[in-house]
Design a protein around this ligand. Sequence first.
Ligand SMILES: Cc1cc2nc3c(=O)[nH]c(=O)nc-3n(C[C@H](O)[C@H](O)[C@H](O)COP(=O)(O)OP(=O)(O)OC[C@H]3O[C@@H](n4cnc5c(N)ncnc54)[C@H](O)[C@@H]3O)c2cc1C
Length: 500
Amino acid sequence: MTDHVDVLIVGAGLSGIGAAHHLQEAFPGKTYTILEARDAIGGTWDLFRYPGVRSDSDMYTLGYRFRPWTEAKAIADGPSILSYVQATAAEAGITRHIRFGHRVVRAAWSGQDARWTVEATGPDGQTVTLTCGFLLLCSGYYRYDQGYQADLPGIGNFGGQVVHPQFWPPDLDYAGKRVVVIGSGATAVTLVPALAQTAAHVTMLQRSPTYILTMPSEDGIATRLRKLLGPRRGYTATRWKNVVMTTLIYRLSRRKPDMIRGWIRSMAVRQLPAGYDVDTHFKPAYNPWDQRLCLVPDGDLFAAISEGRASVATDRIATFTADGLRLESGAELPADIVVTATGLQLLALGGIELTVDGEPVRLPERMAYKGMMLSGVPNFAFTIGYTNASWTLKADLVSEFVCRLLKHMDKGGYDTCVPVNDDPTVTEQPLLDFQAGYVLRVIDQFPRAGSRAPWRLAQNYARDVVTLRFGKIDDGSMRFSARITGSTRRGAGRERDPVI
Ligand SMILES: Cc1cc2nc3c(=O)[nH]c(=O)nc-3n(C[C@H](O)[C@H](O)[C@H](O)COP(=O)(O)OP(=O)(O)OC[C@H]3O[C@@H](n4cnc5c(N)ncnc54)[C@H](O)[C@@H]3O)c2cc1C
C-alpha cells in the first residue's frame, strides 16, 4: 500500500526543518514526512566542510523566527549552524519524520484525486512512492553532486592537488603549502584567511574584484538587547534591527551607489597596508548589490593580507604549469594546492520532474506566485530565500503562508488551491534579478516572476511580512475548489472548478 501524508516536505536542510516546525505547531493533527536525499540533516551546513566555513549573513536573521540564536557570534561557523538545525529537529521531534536516503525524482498531480503521487529513489536504488495532499519543496537552489567547474586551461599540466570547496578532502594537509584559491566570492574570502593560518602563503586569484564589507563577528547591541529584554524578545529586536540595517544598505546601494562604493572602499583602505593597490583588487566594475556583497568578520581577509600571509592577484589564467599557474600578465603563481572556489551549479526545485494531470510542468513557462508557488500547479510551494538578505527570513514566511493556506482550505472545505495568472497586463521578469555569473548561466531554466503583485518578487522582507503573514489568502489570484462537493471559491456550481 502507498503511504499517504497530508504534507510532504522535500529536503531536511535549514528550510525543511523550519517548515516541519511551523507545520506541526500549526497543525498537531496533520501528518507529514520529510524526504531527504542525503543521510544527514542540515543540507548546506552539513555538505560544506572547508576550513573556516561560516555564514556570510548574521545569525539573528539566518536563525529561525521561532528559535533564538543564543551564541555570542553573529557570524557563525558551519558546525554551529549545523548543530542549531539538528537541535531544532531533535527537540521538536522532527527527526523521526525524516526518511533519509530518499531522492525525489518526480511528482504527479491528479486533479481527480486532489493529491500528488511522489516518486523517490530509496537507499537501495528502489523506487518508493508516496502520496500527499500538499507538496512543499525545501530542496535548496543548487546541485549537491557537482559544483561549478570554470574553464581551467592546461589543468592537466599541474602536478599539485586541485580541490573544489564543495568536496573538501577531510585529510587535506595544507600546512606549510603554497595555496592558490581561484575565485572572489563568499567561499574564496572565507577560505583565504582560514588557510593562511597555517599555509606557507595563500593567493586569492580573481578575474575581477568583489565588494567586501567588514562586519564585527560579535554584535554588541545584540548582547545588550538580550540582557535587557531576555533571550526571546532580545532576539526579535536584534532581528528587526538587522533587517532594517541590511535593507537600508541595500536601498542606498541601489539609489546612491557612489556613496556606498566610497564607504566600502574607505573601509578597505583603512584595513590594508599604506600604498596597497585597493582599486585594482577591491574596486568592482559593477554597482554594490548588482551581485551579492561579501562580508568578512572582523576584517579577517584584510588582516591576512596586511600580515603578508595572503595576497590577491587580479588577472586571468594563461595556463597551468607543472608547479603552478602562469597568468595572462606573464606573472607566475607557484602552487602546491589549487582550490577552485568557482561557485555552485544552480538547480531549480531539486531537479524534480513535475506533471499536472499528465502535462509536464515546464518551469520557464510558469510564473511564481509570491515567489513561492507556481501558476497552474495546485497544492504546491517551494522555498527560495532572499538574494539580498538572510535565506531564513523568507523560508519562515513561506512556511507561515503555507500554514495559513492550509487553514483556509480546512475551514472552507477545499482540497485544491492553485494560483492562476489571467491578467494579460502582467509582464514577465526574471525570478532572480541578480547579475552574478552563476545566476545568469541558468536563470532561463527557472520559473518567471511577474511585473506586479502577487507575481512580483519584491526581495523585501518587511513588505513580505505584510503580504505573506497578514495579507488576504483569498486574493483573487488563488483559486480554491473542492473535489467532493464541487464547491468553488465563490461557492457556486456542482462541477469541479477548472484548476488551471
Ligand atoms: C557555503 C554557503 C554559505 C552560505 N551562507 C549563507 C548565509 O550566510 N546566509 C544566507 O542567507 N544564505 C547562505 N547560503 C545559502 C544557503 O544555502 C541557505 O542559507 C540555506 O542553508 C538553504 O537551506 P535550504 O534548506 O533551503 O537548502 P539546502 O541547505 O540546500 O538543503 C536542501 C536539502 O534538500 C535536499 N534535496 C535537494 N533535492 C532533493 C530531492 N530531489 N529529493 C530529496 N532531497 C533533496 C538536499 O539533499 C538538502 O539536504 C549559503 C550557501 C552556501 C553554499
